[in-house]
Write a new protein. Structure first.
Length: 276
């Protein structure tokens, strides 16, 4: 076993050495998929799979921070997931709320809730909002240095905060986000006295972008999905138009640093044309 660990460590170091610092994605989105499959293959219950998946999050954020990533978006619960069996959903929501609370208590990262949180049960939504709010007052943990968040990593307050920005997408759906953005834009323009014709005449892509859940942040450079599924399932539909995708066969609870480094190496080797 010791020999195997040594080989693994050497391979991990080799991978890390192959990634140039200037080629690290600034914003990484992650679809944390495969908790239930991981549990089934080991004879565990569904809740154990979700718990192990939640336990992986802090470890992953440490890898991302060390690599120089400035923003991470974690998709923890989709709007489609809200239709799951009530018993499973209740357990999953409790696990997610606890995980967010644990992340916030470290003070290590700047957390933002991303999604239609009002669609969640009121007690869960309140737990999540309270955890994120308290996280801003928590003692700062071991951050990745002053360049862990750079220009474009968020709004003015977030740019002044050197911590890595972590978006926790809960009750999130890409179509829901776009619909909410348009709804907020129309309300804002109506409050300003603009007619529907005025809005239609001047509406731009930037207007929509400025009303998304992730407003003020750069679009994802890289999106990672675990468990072998090769689709976005509605994740950051508006923001991923120029993103690179990396699909990994490993289920999320078994995701290792070497898997993350492979994704970074793959990204670094691509030629990003950004539509040009």
């Amino acid at each position: 076993m010791a020999g195997r660990n040594l080989v693994y460590e050497l391979y991990e170091r080799r991978l890390a050495a192959q990634i140039e610092s200037g080629r690290v994605p600034g914003h990484v989105g992650v679809i944390l998929d495969g908790n239930r499959r991981w549990a089934r293959t080991r004879g565990f219950g569904t809740a154990q799979g979700h718990k192990r998946g939640a336990d992986k999050i802090e470890e992953f954020l440490g890898w991302a921070e060390a690599a120089g990533v400035r923003v991470v978006t974690l998709w923890l619960l989709s709007t489609d997931n809200l239709a799951r069996d009530p018993a499973e959903l209740s357990s999953l929501l409790d696990i997610i709320a606890h995980a967010v609370g644990e992340l916030a208590s470290t003070g290590r990262w700047h957390l933002r809730l991303v999604g239609a949180v009002d669609l969640l049960p009121a007690p869960v939504a309140e737990r999540l909002r309270a955890a994120v709010a308290l996280g801003e007052d928590a003692p700062r943990g071991a951050a990745g240095g002053s360049d862990a968040a750079g220009p474009g990593a968020g709004g003015a307050a977030e740019r002044a905060d050197a911590r890595m920005q972590v978006n926790v997408a809960i009750g999130y759906g890409g179509r829901q986000e776009i619909a909410d953005a348009v709804r907020d834009l129309l309300r804002e323009r109506a409050d300003a006295g603009d007619s529907l014709e005025d809005v239609a005449a001047t509406l731009s892509e930037e207007d929509i972008t400025d009303h998304l859940y992730t407003k003020g942040q750069p679009d994802p450079d890289l999106v990672i999905r675990t468990s072998g599924e090769q689709r976005l399932s509605g994740f950051l539909l508006w923001q991923t138009v120029h993103s690179e995708f990396y699909f990994c066969e490993v289920n999320w609870p078994a995701f290792r640093r070497v898997d993350f480094l492979r994704a970074l190496r793959d990204y670094a080797g691509r030629q990003r044309r950004l539509g040009r």
